[in-house]
Design a binder for this molecule. Sequence first.
Ligand SMILES: [Fe+2]
Ligand SMILES: [Fe+2]
Length: 377
Amino acid sequence: MATTENAPPVGDNLPADGLPSSDEVDESIRLITDNATRIMTWKYDREREQLVSLYNKAMASQWSSVTDLDWAIEVDPEQVVREQTSSTMKIVEQATKIPGSPIASWTDRELNAVGIEFLKASLSQFMHGEQGAMLTAAKIVETVPWIDAKYYASTQTMDEARHTEVFAKYLHEKLGEPYPMSPFLDGQIMALLEDSRWDIAYLGMQIIIESLALAAFGDMLRRTNEPLLKKLLRYVMADEARHVAFGILSLSEYYENLTDAELKERQEFMIDNTLRQQGRSTTPEVWERMGVSPEAVVPFLIQASAEIEVDPSTNFQRYFFAKLVPNTRRLGLLDANDGYLRKAWGEAGLMEFEFADDTASDYEQYDAVAQDRAAAS
Ligand SMILES: [Fe+2]
Ligand SMILES: [Fe+2]
């Protein structure tokens, strides 16, 4: 994998318990303590028909990272950047026109180079997020009490392994050195992996991060013409939509039986992870790699954004909340505790999406794998 290509072989000198001591932990790995209890069940009856059906679909729509994607396709990163539509690049271009800007002397050459770095930065976060999803799905296998959910989460663990692998391979073979995990994503995923409540891993990953992933992958899919990346994103999204549906079907049942106080905790979690998070899209490392001080360039980017009235997060946020809000409605979390979450999101102007299609209803529309196979036969 690209991120560990030059890393020392962790694991070769481990003590008998298999865990490296703190002075042996280098920056290529992270130790995480999970505080949730594992559950083994003797109830093998298939009681949850919708989960059975989802599991069967997941098995039927498995795809191969080796044979379903054409890795022989030549990717010219400069061409990918030239042909994509990117509001971030529009802002950067505008910032080169502002007198006093640290990038005022930039030509097409530097603009193209920073475009490639932004693409690598996005795909790097996708890769790290996918590994987080793989670990979270494995945690759900271990901690969810229901056999049907354990079966489903096992297929998801495989899906997420494939997603991590394809983003890592695309970066390594087609683009170059990836970026480290952003502190925002790192904090969000580590908290889920450590949490003692099994449903919080579900809520954070299946509902919030997977809805975010659908919006981010969909955004990149619309903006790019590169055929390998397009197909890879379509196939990953086919799986992700099913993962969100899995979260909705499982949690809507579980949340029916929680107390108001327990539901309030989940509502607070949703608010914390949507309204109280700032700065998720800052990418200082991109500027550092370009030899530009992030602190020096950011004021000019803000000015450029205002001048051309382009905010790169607007469309993305709309796609995200257009999925997240109806998905949350299905969980019953909007109206618990006298509409506590409805009020908070309403004040942020998000309730217009309440009756958009939720992902448990529309996930099959994303199944590009089934669509391609039907077309081929
Ligand atoms: Fe994924
Ligand atoms: Fe996923």
